[in-house]
Design a protein around this ligand. Sequence first.
Ligand SMILES: [Zn+2]
Length: 160
Amino acid sequence: MFCPFCRHPDSRVIDSRTSDDGMSIRRRRQCPECGRRFSTTETASLSVVKRNGVLEPFSREKVVAGVRKACQGRPVTDTDLALLAQRVEEAIRATGASQIDANDIGLAILAPLRELDEVAYLRFASVYQAFESLDDFESAITQLRHEHGDDRLRGSSPTS
Ligand SMILES: [Zn+2]
């Protein structure tokens, strides 16, 4: 990081502070050459690769917009949706990737949406995974039932 005053190619960090949303770090720096102080903000960028190859910044609003339709008529609040979008972003960032295919965002949405509302999950999955027949719904529902069964087993059996 060049000093903005004398262009000295080095600087010393004297203070670091994470922003309230945790998405960026503000650093207070001092130039060892001229002694002046300045601030920098560092953000880990996350880009979405659209189907046509164009990059755009990841947007939680778009995740919410994509899921909202599947949640119509379900007991899902705007706060739930905002939280879901946050979890999706955190899951993607946790992989360490700086880019993600638009299509893979759908994949990252499935797990938190299933926890939020299973009907909305089935609606979303049916579009995202292009369910073509009742069999597709049936196997998705069977899988949900199966996992509910697992939960009950875990709850009642002290040995597992
Ligand atoms: Zn300087």
